[in-house]
Design a protein around this ligand. Structure first.
Ligand SMILES: [Mg+2]
Length: 191
């Protein structure tokens, strides 16, 4: 079996409980058994929505994530998933009714443990667009056809399809330790 050069994973409802630092059951064990390099690609349009609402209705704005709160959440998640080497985040909310902040350079830093954090306000990064997936492929020097993407949403599938990237749609259900290896073997056998 030829292993994927890179495993891309959506975050919410794929690896972690939506908006929480808690992992879904079996993720840590299955990623550890597979042993492949992993990067997370996640739409976090709440950052853009929060910027909008903090100016209009501060109380409402408090409900949304910030770069800092996402840093803390991802510190916890990546500490529990040592295979994760990079996290890509799309901050754009998905429509142009909310103003973008004047300062919207890409945000890049290292999480504890050296994990690469890269956030962008670019609309082209937000799934179903493929910008974020392309950035991961460039950083890992991988052809999209050598990458396997796992996600729970139609937007995840559409982003992968745009690039001809192998994709599997999954749910929040618990993973057996061999889940990833078995699914990849099935996909390889069928291709
Ligand atoms: Mg999701």
């Amino acid at each position: 079996m030829k292993a994927p050069k890179l495993l891309l994973c959506d975050l919410d409802s794929t690896l972690a409980v939506k908006w929480q630092p808690a992992l879904l059951p079996g993720r840590a064990e299955a990623l550890a058994l597979a042993g492949w390099p992993v990067a997370i690609v996640t739409n976090q349009g709440g950052v853009h929505a929060g910027y909008h609402w903090r100016k209009k209705e501060p109380e409402r704005g408090e409900r949304y994530p910030t770069v800092e709160s996402l840093r803390e959440r991802l510190e916890a998640i990546t500490a529990a998933l040592p295979q994760v080497q990079a996290v890509y985040l799309a901050f754009y909310v998905g429509h142009d009714e909310f103003e973008l902040p004047p300062e919207r350079d890409d945000v890049r830093f290292r999480l504890a443990g050296g994990v690469h954090f890269h956030g962008s306000w670019s609309p082209g990064w937000r799934k179903p667009n493929a910008g974020m997936l392309c950035q991961a492929c460039r950083d890992f020097d991988a052809d999209p056809r050598e990458v396997w993407f796992l996600g729970d949403a139609e937007d995840d599938r559409d982003a992968a399809t745009t690039l001809g990237m192998p994709f599997s749609r999954i749910t929040e259900a618990a993973w057996e330790e061999r889940f990833l290896v078995a699914e990849w073997m099935k996909l390889e056998a069928g291709s």
